[in-house]
Design a protein around this ligand. Sequence first.
Ligand SMILES: Nc1nc2c(ncn2[C@@H]2O[C@H](COP(=O)(O)OP(=O)(O)O)[C@@H](O)[C@H]2O)c(=O)[nH]1
Ligand SMILES: [Mg+2]
Length: 364
Amino acid sequence: MKPIRFIMIGGFLGAGKTTTIGRLAAHYVQQGLNVALVTNDQAYDLVDTQTLRAKGFQVGEVPGACFCCKFDDLISTVGTLSEEKTPDIVIAEPVGSCTDLVATVIQPMRELFGDRFEMGPLVVLLKPSHGRKILSASQGKGFSPKAEYIFLKQLEEADSIAINKIDSLTKEVQEELLALVQRRFENVKAFGFSAREGIGMDRLLEAVESEPVKRDRMMDMDYVTYAEGEAELGWLNCQIKASAESRFDLDQLVLRIVDDISQELESSGSEIAHLKVLGQTLNDSAVANRVGSVTESELSLASEIKTQSADLLVNARVASSPELLESIVSQVASGLASELNIDLAVGQMQSFRPGKPEPTHRAS
Ligand SMILES: Nc1nc2c(ncn2[C@@H]2O[C@H](COP(=O)(O)OP(=O)(O)O)[C@@H](O)[C@H]2O)c(=O)[nH]1
Ligand SMILES: [Mg+2]
Protein backbone atom coordinates (compact mmCIF):
# COMPACT_ATOMS: atom_id res chain seq x y z
CA MET A 1 0.00 0.00 0.00
CA LYS A 2 1.23 3.49 -0.86
CA PRO A 3 2.39 5.34 2.27
CA ILE A 4 0.49 8.40 3.46
CA ARG A 5 2.44 11.63 3.09
CA PHE A 6 2.40 13.29 6.52
CA ILE A 7 2.96 17.04 6.71
CA MET A 8 2.97 19.22 9.81
CA ILE A 9 2.43 22.97 9.73
CA GLY A 10 3.71 24.38 13.01
CA GLY A 11 4.03 27.89 14.39
CA PHE A 12 3.00 30.02 17.32
CA LEU A 13 -0.59 30.65 18.43
CA GLY A 14 -2.33 32.78 15.80
CA ALA A 15 0.44 32.45 13.18
CA GLY A 16 -2.07 31.29 10.56
CA LYS A 17 -1.71 27.48 10.70
CA THR A 18 -5.41 26.68 10.29
CA THR A 19 -5.76 29.20 7.46
CA THR A 20 -2.68 27.74 5.72
CA ILE A 21 -3.87 24.17 6.14
CA GLY A 22 -7.27 25.09 4.69
CA ARG A 23 -5.54 26.56 1.65
CA LEU A 24 -3.18 23.60 1.20
CA ALA A 25 -6.04 21.14 1.57
CA ALA A 26 -8.10 22.98 -1.06
CA HIS A 27 -5.10 22.91 -3.43
CA TYR A 28 -4.52 19.17 -3.05
CA VAL A 29 -8.23 18.33 -3.24
CA GLN A 30 -8.35 20.28 -6.51
CA GLN A 31 -5.51 18.08 -7.75
CA GLY A 32 -7.71 15.06 -7.12
CA LEU A 33 -5.90 13.88 -3.99
CA ASN A 34 -7.62 12.49 -0.94
CA VAL A 35 -6.70 14.81 1.92
CA ALA A 36 -7.30 14.37 5.64
CA LEU A 37 -6.54 16.93 8.34
CA VAL A 38 -5.73 16.56 12.02
CA THR A 39 -6.16 19.34 14.58
CA ASN A 40 -4.73 19.34 18.08
CA ASP A 41 -5.29 21.21 21.31
CA GLN A 42 -4.72 21.05 25.04
CA ALA A 43 -8.49 21.08 25.58
CA TYR A 44 -11.70 19.87 23.90
CA ASP A 45 -14.18 21.85 21.71
CA LEU A 46 -11.81 23.19 19.10
CA VAL A 47 -12.75 26.10 16.88
CA ASP A 48 -10.15 24.92 14.33
CA THR A 49 -11.79 21.51 13.83
CA GLN A 50 -15.19 23.08 13.18
CA THR A 51 -13.69 25.81 10.96
CA LEU A 52 -11.99 23.24 8.70
CA ARG A 53 -15.01 20.93 8.69
CA ALA A 54 -17.19 23.89 7.71
CA LYS A 55 -14.96 24.18 4.61
CA GLY A 56 -15.89 20.61 3.73
CA PHE A 57 -12.67 18.84 4.75
CA GLN A 58 -12.30 15.54 6.55
CA VAL A 59 -10.88 16.44 9.95
CA GLY A 60 -9.78 14.30 12.89
CA GLU A 61 -9.04 15.81 16.25
CA VAL A 62 -6.48 15.04 18.95
CA PRO A 63 -7.62 16.92 22.05
CA GLY A 64 -6.33 16.94 25.61
CA ALA A 65 -2.58 17.56 25.07
CA CYS A 66 -0.10 18.17 22.26
CA PHE A 67 0.70 15.53 19.58
CA CYS A 68 3.97 14.62 21.29
CA CYS A 69 2.19 13.67 24.52
CA LYS A 70 -0.72 12.07 22.61
CA PHE A 71 1.38 10.24 20.04
CA ASP A 72 -0.76 7.09 20.12
CA ASP A 73 -3.93 9.17 19.70
CA LEU A 74 -2.42 10.88 16.67
CA ILE A 75 -1.70 7.50 15.06
CA SER A 76 -5.16 6.14 15.89
CA THR A 77 -6.86 9.32 14.65
CA VAL A 78 -5.08 8.95 11.30
CA GLY A 79 -6.19 5.29 11.36
CA THR A 80 -9.82 6.37 11.81
CA LEU A 81 -9.49 8.88 8.97
CA SER A 82 -8.21 6.03 6.79
CA GLU A 83 -11.09 3.64 7.51
CA GLU A 84 -13.12 4.40 4.39
CA LYS A 85 -10.31 5.42 2.08
CA THR A 86 -6.62 5.82 2.81
CA PRO A 87 -5.68 9.49 2.42
CA ASP A 88 -2.88 10.45 0.04
CA ILE A 89 -1.92 13.29 2.37
CA VAL A 90 -2.49 14.03 6.04
CA ILE A 91 -1.85 17.61 7.10
CA ALA A 92 -1.59 18.10 10.85
CA GLU A 93 -1.71 21.25 12.97
CA PRO A 94 0.11 20.95 16.30
CA VAL A 95 -0.80 23.15 19.26
CA GLY A 96 0.69 26.62 18.79
CA SER A 97 2.60 26.48 22.07
CA CYS A 98 4.20 23.14 21.20
CA THR A 99 7.75 22.50 20.00
CA ASP A 100 10.34 19.69 19.72
CA LEU A 101 8.09 18.07 17.12
CA VAL A 102 10.89 16.55 15.07
CA ALA A 103 12.19 14.51 18.01
CA THR A 104 8.83 13.62 19.51
CA VAL A 105 6.52 13.16 16.52
CA ILE A 106 8.27 13.11 13.14
CA GLN A 107 11.22 10.87 14.01
CA PRO A 108 9.16 8.39 16.10
CA MET A 109 6.61 8.12 13.26
CA ARG A 110 9.45 7.48 10.82
CA GLU A 111 11.01 4.84 13.08
CA LEU A 112 7.83 3.11 14.26
CA PHE A 113 5.49 3.50 11.28
CA GLY A 114 7.87 4.02 8.37
CA ASP A 115 5.87 1.55 6.30
CA ARG A 116 2.64 3.55 6.70
CA PHE A 117 3.95 7.09 6.43
CA GLU A 118 6.19 9.07 4.16
CA MET A 119 7.29 11.87 6.48
CA GLY A 120 7.21 15.32 4.92
CA PRO A 121 9.00 18.41 6.21
CA LEU A 122 8.09 20.52 9.23
CA VAL A 123 7.08 23.91 7.88
CA VAL A 124 6.88 26.49 10.66
CA LEU A 125 4.91 29.70 10.20
CA LEU A 126 6.29 32.89 11.65
CA LYS A 127 3.76 35.22 13.25
CA PRO A 128 5.06 38.66 12.17
CA SER A 129 3.78 40.62 15.20
CA HIS A 130 5.71 38.36 17.58
CA GLY A 131 8.58 37.62 15.21
CA ARG A 132 9.61 41.21 14.82
CA LYS A 133 9.52 41.89 18.55
CA ILE A 134 11.40 38.74 19.50
CA LEU A 135 13.98 38.56 16.71
CA SER A 136 14.94 42.22 16.79
CA ALA A 137 15.40 42.41 20.57
CA SER A 138 18.45 41.09 22.34
CA GLN A 139 16.29 39.33 24.92
CA GLY A 140 13.13 39.48 26.97
CA LYS A 141 11.22 41.74 24.63
CA GLY A 142 8.78 39.15 23.40
CA PHE A 143 5.60 37.87 24.89
CA SER A 144 7.40 36.65 27.97
CA PRO A 145 10.95 35.30 28.18
CA LYS A 146 9.81 31.69 28.48
CA ALA A 147 7.12 31.88 25.82
CA GLU A 148 9.83 33.51 23.70
CA TYR A 149 11.98 30.41 24.27
CA ILE A 150 9.19 28.26 22.78
CA PHE A 151 8.73 30.66 19.86
CA LEU A 152 12.44 30.49 18.99
CA LYS A 153 12.67 26.71 19.43
CA GLN A 154 9.75 26.29 17.01
CA LEU A 155 11.71 28.21 14.37
CA GLU A 156 15.00 26.47 15.15
CA GLU A 157 13.65 23.01 14.39
CA ALA A 158 11.87 24.00 11.17
CA ASP A 159 12.76 22.49 7.81
CA SER A 160 11.60 25.82 6.45
CA ILE A 161 10.27 29.02 7.98
CA ALA A 162 7.31 30.63 6.26
CA ILE A 163 6.76 34.27 7.22
CA ASN A 164 2.98 34.52 6.99
CA LYS A 165 0.68 37.54 6.58
CA ILE A 166 2.97 39.46 4.22
CA ASP A 167 -0.19 41.11 2.87
CA SER A 168 -0.25 43.13 6.09
CA LEU A 169 3.46 44.10 5.96
CA THR A 170 5.26 46.77 3.94
CA LYS A 171 8.02 45.62 1.61
CA GLU A 172 10.59 47.08 4.05
CA VAL A 173 9.19 45.15 7.00
CA GLN A 174 9.04 41.95 4.94
CA GLU A 175 12.70 42.37 4.03
CA GLU A 176 13.66 43.24 7.61
CA LEU A 177 11.90 40.15 8.94
CA LEU A 178 13.44 37.87 6.33
CA ALA A 179 16.90 39.23 7.17
CA LEU A 180 16.29 38.76 10.92
CA VAL A 181 15.16 35.17 10.34
CA GLN A 182 18.07 34.38 8.05
CA ARG A 183 20.59 35.90 10.43
CA ARG A 184 19.33 33.88 13.41
CA PHE A 185 18.58 30.61 11.56
CA GLU A 186 21.13 30.71 8.80
CA ASN A 187 20.73 27.09 7.74
CA VAL A 188 16.94 27.15 7.51
CA LYS A 189 15.19 28.09 4.27
CA ALA A 190 12.91 31.10 4.78
CA PHE A 191 10.37 32.90 2.62
CA GLY A 192 7.30 35.11 2.90
CA PHE A 193 3.73 34.32 1.89
CA SER A 194 0.13 35.09 2.78
CA ALA A 195 -2.19 32.25 3.63
CA ARG A 196 -5.23 34.48 3.65
CA GLU A 197 -4.60 36.19 0.34
CA GLY A 198 -2.90 33.27 -1.37
CA ILE A 199 0.29 35.25 -2.11
CA GLY A 200 3.51 33.24 -2.55
CA MET A 201 1.69 29.91 -2.58
CA ASP A 202 4.25 28.50 -5.01
CA ARG A 203 6.95 29.03 -2.37
CA LEU A 204 4.80 27.41 0.31
CA LEU A 205 4.03 24.42 -1.93
CA GLU A 206 7.70 24.03 -2.77
CA ALA A 207 8.52 23.95 0.96
CA VAL A 208 5.74 21.49 1.76
CA GLU A 209 6.70 19.20 -1.11
CA SER A 210 10.42 19.19 -0.46
CA GLU A 211 12.27 16.44 1.34
CA PRO A 212 12.85 16.94 5.08
CA VAL A 213 16.32 18.10 6.02
CA LYS A 214 18.60 15.21 7.06
CA ARG A 215 19.64 15.64 10.71
CA ASP A 216 22.48 13.98 12.61
CA ARG A 217 21.00 14.86 15.98
CA MET A 218 17.88 16.23 17.57
CA MET A 219 17.56 19.82 18.81
CA ASP A 220 18.60 20.50 22.41
CA MET A 221 15.58 21.22 24.55
CA ASP A 222 15.21 22.49 28.08
CA TYR A 223 11.93 20.90 29.13
CA VAL A 224 11.77 22.92 32.36
CA THR A 225 11.77 26.28 30.53
CA TYR A 226 9.44 24.83 27.90
CA ALA A 227 6.94 23.70 30.56
CA GLU A 228 7.16 27.03 32.38
CA GLY A 229 6.66 28.91 29.11
CA GLU A 230 3.52 26.94 28.31
CA ALA A 231 2.23 27.35 31.85
CA GLU A 232 2.44 31.14 31.55
CA LEU A 233 -0.56 30.92 29.27
CA GLY A 234 -4.10 30.54 30.53
CA TRP A 235 -6.18 28.31 28.32
CA LEU A 236 -9.96 28.45 28.06
CA ASN A 237 -12.36 26.57 25.79
CA CYS A 238 -16.06 27.00 26.38
CA GLN A 239 -19.45 26.51 24.79
CA ILE A 240 -22.17 29.16 24.77
CA LYS A 241 -25.69 28.62 23.48
CA ALA A 242 -27.14 31.77 21.91
CA SER A 243 -30.90 32.12 21.45
CA ALA A 244 -33.26 35.02 21.02
CA GLU A 245 -36.87 35.83 20.20
CA SER A 246 -35.87 37.82 17.16
CA ARG A 247 -33.11 37.06 14.70
CA PHE A 248 -29.62 38.39 15.39
CA ASP A 249 -26.59 38.91 13.14
CA LEU A 250 -24.25 35.96 13.83
CA ASP A 251 -21.13 37.68 12.41
CA GLN A 252 -21.67 40.75 14.56
CA LEU A 253 -22.21 38.62 17.65
CA VAL A 254 -18.98 36.58 17.36
CA LEU A 255 -17.01 39.75 16.63
CA ARG A 256 -18.54 41.57 19.61
CA ILE A 257 -17.65 38.68 21.92
CA VAL A 258 -14.02 38.77 20.74
CA ASP A 259 -13.91 42.57 21.07
CA ASP A 260 -15.45 42.67 24.52
CA ILE A 261 -13.27 39.86 25.91
CA SER A 262 -10.20 41.59 24.42
CA GLN A 263 -11.13 44.89 25.99
CA GLU A 264 -11.49 43.31 29.42
CA LEU A 265 -8.19 41.47 29.01
CA GLU A 266 -6.48 44.65 27.97
CA SER A 267 -7.77 46.50 31.03
CA SER A 268 -6.37 43.73 33.20
CA GLY A 269 -2.99 43.94 31.43
CA SER A 270 -3.19 40.42 29.99
CA GLU A 271 -1.59 39.85 26.60
CA ILE A 272 -3.58 37.80 24.09
CA ALA A 273 -1.82 35.05 22.16
CA HIS A 274 -4.95 33.91 20.31
CA LEU A 275 -8.63 34.42 20.99
CA LYS A 276 -11.20 32.94 18.63
CA VAL A 277 -14.96 32.57 18.68
CA LEU A 278 -16.94 30.32 16.37
CA GLY A 279 -20.70 30.66 15.85
CA GLN A 280 -22.53 27.81 14.14
CA THR A 281 -25.99 26.96 12.96
CA LEU A 282 -26.89 23.76 11.12
CA ASN A 283 -25.64 25.15 7.79
CA ASP A 284 -23.51 28.20 8.49
CA SER A 285 -20.42 29.20 10.45
CA ALA A 286 -18.84 32.48 11.51
CA VAL A 287 -15.39 32.86 13.09
CA ALA A 288 -13.87 35.94 14.73
CA ASN A 289 -10.21 36.08 15.72
CA ARG A 290 -7.73 38.21 17.58
CA VAL A 291 -4.05 37.29 17.63
CA GLY A 292 -2.58 39.92 19.92
CA SER A 293 -3.42 42.79 22.18
CA VAL A 294 -2.40 45.49 19.71
CA THR A 295 -3.82 43.85 16.58
CA GLU A 296 -7.47 44.33 15.58
CA SER A 297 -10.17 41.72 15.93
CA GLU A 298 -11.27 40.31 12.61
CA LEU A 299 -14.04 38.25 11.13
CA SER A 300 -12.05 35.49 9.44
CA LEU A 301 -15.12 33.55 8.30
CA ALA A 302 -18.39 35.35 7.59
CA SER A 303 -21.70 33.52 7.74
CA GLU A 304 -23.71 36.49 6.47
CA ILE A 305 -26.77 35.19 8.25
CA LYS A 306 -29.28 36.25 10.84
CA THR A 307 -30.55 33.54 13.10
CA GLN A 308 -32.55 33.01 16.30
CA SER A 309 -30.11 30.46 17.69
CA ALA A 310 -26.49 29.40 17.35
CA ASP A 311 -23.89 27.28 19.11
CA LEU A 312 -20.80 29.26 20.05
CA LEU A 313 -17.31 28.08 20.97
CA VAL A 314 -14.77 30.34 22.64
CA ASN A 315 -11.07 29.33 22.52
CA ALA A 316 -8.74 31.69 24.38
CA ARG A 317 -4.96 31.47 24.93
CA VAL A 318 -3.87 34.43 26.99
CA ALA A 319 -1.01 35.33 29.33
CA SER A 320 -3.32 35.43 32.34
CA SER A 321 -4.70 33.17 35.00
CA PRO A 322 -7.42 30.71 33.94
CA GLU A 323 -9.61 32.05 36.76
CA LEU A 324 -9.46 35.57 35.36
CA LEU A 325 -10.25 34.26 31.88
CA GLU A 326 -13.29 32.40 33.20
CA SER A 327 -14.63 35.38 35.02
CA ILE A 328 -14.09 37.69 32.01
CA VAL A 329 -15.85 35.31 29.61
CA SER A 330 -18.84 34.91 31.99
CA GLN A 331 -19.01 38.64 32.58
CA VAL A 332 -18.88 39.47 28.85
CA ALA A 333 -21.58 36.89 28.09
CA SER A 334 -23.95 38.31 30.67
CA GLY A 335 -23.21 41.93 29.67
CA LEU A 336 -23.82 41.23 25.98
CA ALA A 337 -26.93 39.16 26.74
CA SER A 338 -28.64 42.11 28.39
CA GLU A 339 -27.35 44.66 25.89
CA LEU A 340 -28.31 42.69 22.76
CA ASN A 341 -31.34 40.90 24.18
CA ILE A 342 -29.90 37.49 23.33
CA ASP A 343 -29.86 34.66 25.82
CA LEU A 344 -26.20 33.58 26.11
CA ALA A 345 -26.11 30.41 28.19
CA VAL A 346 -22.53 29.57 29.12
CA GLY A 347 -22.12 25.79 29.10
CA GLN A 348 -19.15 23.57 29.59
CA MET A 349 -16.02 25.58 30.41
CA GLN A 350 -12.50 24.14 30.50
CA SER A 351 -9.80 26.44 31.77
CA PHE A 352 -6.30 25.64 32.98
CA ARG A 353 -2.62 26.21 32.50
CA PRO A 354 -1.08 23.52 30.27
CA GLY A 355 0.73 20.79 32.21
CA LYS A 356 4.37 19.81 31.75
CA PRO A 357 4.87 18.23 28.32
CA GLU A 358 5.79 14.57 28.71
CA PRO A 359 6.32 13.15 25.22
CA THR A 360 5.37 9.53 24.57
CA HIS A 361 8.62 9.11 22.60
CA ARG A 362 11.69 11.26 22.13
CA ALA A 363 14.35 10.39 19.56
CA SER A 364 17.85 11.18 20.75
N1 LIG B 1 -3.56 39.44 7.27
C1 LIG B 1 -3.48 38.12 7.33
N2 LIG B 1 -4.10 37.46 8.31
C2 LIG B 1 -4.00 36.12 8.32
C3 LIG B 1 -3.26 35.39 7.37
N3 LIG B 1 -3.32 34.08 7.68
C4 LIG B 1 -4.09 33.99 8.78
N4 LIG B 1 -4.52 35.22 9.18
C5 LIG B 1 -5.39 35.56 10.30
O1 LIG B 1 -4.73 35.27 11.52
C6 LIG B 1 -5.67 34.80 12.48
C7 LIG B 1 -5.22 33.46 13.03
O2 LIG B 1 -5.22 32.52 11.97
P1 LIG B 1 -5.28 30.95 12.26
O3 LIG B 1 -5.16 30.27 10.94
O4 LIG B 1 -6.45 30.64 13.09
O5 LIG B 1 -3.93 30.77 13.12
P2 LIG B 1 -3.39 29.50 13.96
O6 LIG B 1 -3.65 29.77 15.38
O7 LIG B 1 -1.92 29.46 13.67
O8 LIG B 1 -4.10 28.30 13.43
C8 LIG B 1 -7.02 34.75 11.77
O9 LIG B 1 -7.73 35.93 12.05
C9 LIG B 1 -6.63 34.68 10.31
O10 LIG B 1 -7.62 35.22 9.45
C10 LIG B 1 -2.61 36.14 6.32
O11 LIG B 1 -1.95 35.60 5.43
N5 LIG B 1 -2.77 37.48 6.37
MG1 LIG C 1 -5.25 26.93 14.49
